[in-house]
Ligand binder design. Structure first.
Ligand SMILES: [Ca+2]
Ligand SMILES: [Ca+2]
Ligand SMILES: [Ca+2]
Length: 291
């Protein structure tokens, strides 16, 4: 039996403070990798928080009243919203080529770091508007990052002979493009352009826009029928009516009748009634626009 003093004493090795140089290098390497892994782990969290997924891009054209919106037309924007009437989370304007571009910022994971970012699968409302109001809107389900999609708002009316009359309307009502916007084929006093704006028949002399006036003391009324824009040549368009008055047909200026401007037509009668307190004649006219 070996003497007790010569028995090999079990050596407890601290792996990171071992006795040999080789162990020390390995331990340093292991510990270094551990620190590196920890650093990478921390870095991964930071990277996810600071680097969003590639944006999605929406683009397209906007037509108002059959005409393309151009970059020099102020106040027309396309917005991405979380709700139809909510605040925008992204906004685009019309630029080169009369195209708007709307970038949808994305993040890869919930919860969102930036409140205006979106996640794949979200549904957004895409709204085109001008200073007057909403031009059009649709919904957009967010696809995988880095995708581009085209969404157009409004329909461009083809007017190859540039007379203000959509070709399709001319073909349907006049049988060709040989008639102009300023001529009056049915001789009812309303030019072809006015007939188009009013939605009346350009080859029927009894059909044209008019105001009806009635006088029933002590009141008088002015009325008209607000015809909704529909049919060939009116796709996507809205007809609006305004009533104006003047006391002097020659030198006077026309002023809007309060409460009777920009009335959207939905096939409804419109009646303006006034008390008979005027001391001189008052003249009224209706204005029609297509948007
Ligand atoms: Ca035309
Ligand atoms: Ca006419
Ligand atoms: Ca007519």
């Amino acid at each position: 039996m070996k003497p007790f003093s010569s028995m090999r004493t079990p050596r407890v090795v601290n792996r990171c403070s071992g006795v040999g140089n080789l162990w020390r290098r390995r331990c340093l390497r292991v510990c270094g990798l551990g620190l590196l892994a920890a650093a990478l782990g921390l870095g991964a969290l930071v990277v996810r928080a600071e680097l969003p997924a590639p944006d999605n891009v929406l683009y397209g054209t906007i037509a108002i009243g059959g005409q393309l919106v151009t970059p020099d037309q102020p106040g027309v924007v396309v917005e991405a919203r979380r709700t139809a009437g909510g605040a925008p989370v992204a906004t685009g304007t019309v630029g080169a080529g009369n195209f708007y571009v709307l970038r949808i910022p994305l993040e890869a994971f919930a919860p969102l770091v930036h409140p205006d970012a979106s996640l794949v699968g979200d549904t957004l409302f895409i709204v085109a508007r001008d200073p007057v109001g909403v031009i059009g809107q649709t919904t957009y389900r967010v696809p995988e990052p880095g995708q581009s999609s085209r969404i157009d708002f409004g329909t461009v009316a083809t007017d190859s002979d540039k007379d203000g009359l959509p070709d399709a309307w001319e073909q349907a009502w006049l049988g060709g493009l040989s008639f102009g916007g300023q001529t009056d084929e049915d001789e009812d006093g309303a030019s072809n352009l006015h007939e188009y704006l009013a939605g009346t028949n350009p080859v029927d002399g009894d059909d044209f826009f008019r105001l009806e006036a009635t006088f029933d003391p002590p009141t008088a009324s002015v009325s008209f029928f607000a015809l909704q824009a529909a049919g060939i040549g009116y796709e996507g368009r809205v007809r609006r009516y305004s009533l104006e008055s003047t006391a002097d047909l020659v030198l006077g200026t026309w002023t809007p009748v309060p409460g009777f401007t920009n009335i959207s037509a939905v096939n409804q009668p419109v009646v303006y009634t006034t008390s008979n307190t005027e001391t001189q004649p008052v003249f009224y006219r209706g204005k029609i626009t297509l948007e």
